[in-house]
Design a protein around this ligand. Structure first.
Ligand code: SF4
Ligand code: SF4
Length: 440
């Protein structure tokens, strides 16, 4: 363990010389559980901020959980393991609540997304590329750039914006460029226009990156040398964009699909249920989550491309960029796509809503449905999503691509015992284990 939060801390921090219990009596497990709470709160705070921008009267319960949980982690407040688990589940429930409320706020303001095919890496004229999760800012930008001779493109977690009717009605919203957040430095070296990052995840640019004077940041996001956008005043961004050269040589012909919000998928419920009953759909695979640099994320591509044709992939977040270039087609004999992109990471609640609808229709508990869940985590939004799933009692999750360093052996054992949590291993072996273990 390591803790240095109070005056009673040992020299260099309790636990720094190998002790498993701090001066106050907090042990390794409680210290780790409190870390997980704080990491969950970090993820929760991001979604809470977006909700607060759209529905400021809706955050009271979330704010209460956040302050209560922080209080819980103070020195000499609580040393009870079960109380720690209960508090973690409370954080998880707040995660469910914030995702539901944010999803409803998005659909009531921008309409319910519907499936759309988006051009990929094709850029025309003067161009702005937007990365992040903030749809409200994105709408304001589309309004401000309308009729200005500027085209707007999405990057990473902004891809799902194309599905929302009130956003895609702008004809200068043209397409998507690049993949998950971490390719932004490579993309911007050659992208002909300006780049806006409106939430995490920004890659700090090097001083010689060549695009610092074309980089704009929004609200909480900031790096040395970028131009902050204040109070939705996009005039400097527009001016800089118009100084850029027109795109040249960005004439790719590839496409991506998105816009399968759960509210749209639920309108397909009769066809989906019929396909399950007739055996045309054998299983759903939720393959979703963050993405990070390196080859470890190839696990998710290997999993997706080796699924039998009667399996449906439900995805969200930026982990999908590992495999969303693949044409998965439809379930044979139906119009049901095999690849469903629910949206951003905060739209992960959609997988639960779809599972609940199938569960109710088939009168089968969610954990007994033929749904495999294989998640990737990178940062703390993934922690709140995982806690949210645990708080709903969802079991049998595979988590990867690397084990979280903040989970020690005891806590991992507890999660494995209580929620049947697995860590990902070899994609082919995991797939063998996951395929149709649950038969209706
Ligand atoms: S809270 Fe406990 S474990 Fe942490 S520094 Fe203080 S005495 Fe040590
Ligand atoms: S899904 Fe996760 S890793 Fe990807 S941009 Fe969103 S927060 Fe960052």
């Amino acid at each position: 363990m390591f803790c240095y939060q109070c005056e009673m801390s040992s020299p260099n921090g309790c636990g720094s010389t190998g002790a498993s219990v701090g001066t106050c009596g907090k042990d390794e497990n409680l210290a780790r559980l409190q870390d997980i709470m704080v990491f969950g709160l970090k993820g929760l705070s991001a979604y809470r901020e977006h909700l607060n921008e759209l529905e400021p009267t809706q955050t009271k319960r979330l704010d209460d959980v956040m302050s209560e949980t922080l209080y819980f982690t103070l020195t000499n407040v609580n040393f009870n393991f079960d109380n720690h688990i209960n508090q973690l589940m409370k954080v998880g429930s707040a995660g469910v609540e914030v995702m539901d409320k944010l999803s409803n706020a998005h659909t009531s303001k921008f309409g319910i997304p519907t499936p759309v095919t988006v051009s990929q890496n094709r850029v025309e004229g003067k161009a702005i590329l937007v990365s992040g999760h903030n749809l409200e800012m994105f709408e304001a930008l589309l309004k401000a750039t309308e009729g200005k001779g500027i085209n707007v493109y999405t990057h990473s977690e902004m891809l799902p914006a194309h599905g929302y009717p009130e956003l895609r009605k702008y004809s200068h919203l043209k397409g998507n460029v690049g993949k998950a957040w971490f390719d932004q430095a490579d993309v911007m070296k050659t992208f002909p226009g300006t780049f806006v990052v409106n939430t995490n995840c920004i890659v700090p640019p090097k001083s010689n990156c060549g695009y610092l004077d074309r980089l704009f940041t929004y609200k909480i996001v900031g790096v040395e040398g970028s131009t902050p956008i204040e109070e939705n005043d996009f005039s400097a961004l527009i001016e800089r964009t118009l100084q850029c050269d027109d795109a040249d040589g960005w004439d790719a012909v590839t496409t991506l699909n998105t816009g399968h919000h759960y509210k749209t998928i639920l309108t397909l419920a009769p066809q989906i249920l019929e396909a399950i009953r007739s055996g045309k759909i054998s299983q759903f695979f939720v393959i979703a989550g963050c993405d990070a640099p390196g080859s470890a994320g190839n696990y998710y591509r290997e999993m997706a491309e080796n699924l039998p044709n009667d399996c449906v992939i439900i995805t969200s977040s930026c982990g999908k960029f590992r495999f969303n270039d693949i044409d998965f087609g439809n379930i044979q004999g139906t119009d049901i796509p095999r690849y469903l992109d629910l949206g951003q990471c905060n739209d992960s609640n959609g997988a639960v809503e779809i599972a609940k609808a199938i569960s109710n229709a088939l009168n089968t508990p969610i954990n007994d449905l033929p749904i495999a869940i294989v998640l990737s985590w990178m940062e703390q939004k993934a922690v709140i999503i995982l806690l949210a799933l645990f708080s709903l009692g969802i079991k049998d999750i595979y988590l990867g691509p690397k084990p979280p360093q903040f989970v020690n052996e005891d806590i991992y054992h507890f999660l494995a015992q209580t929620f049947n949590l697995h860590l990902t291993g070899n994609a082919q072996e995991d797939l063998e284990n996951l395929l149709i273990k649950k038969v209706l």
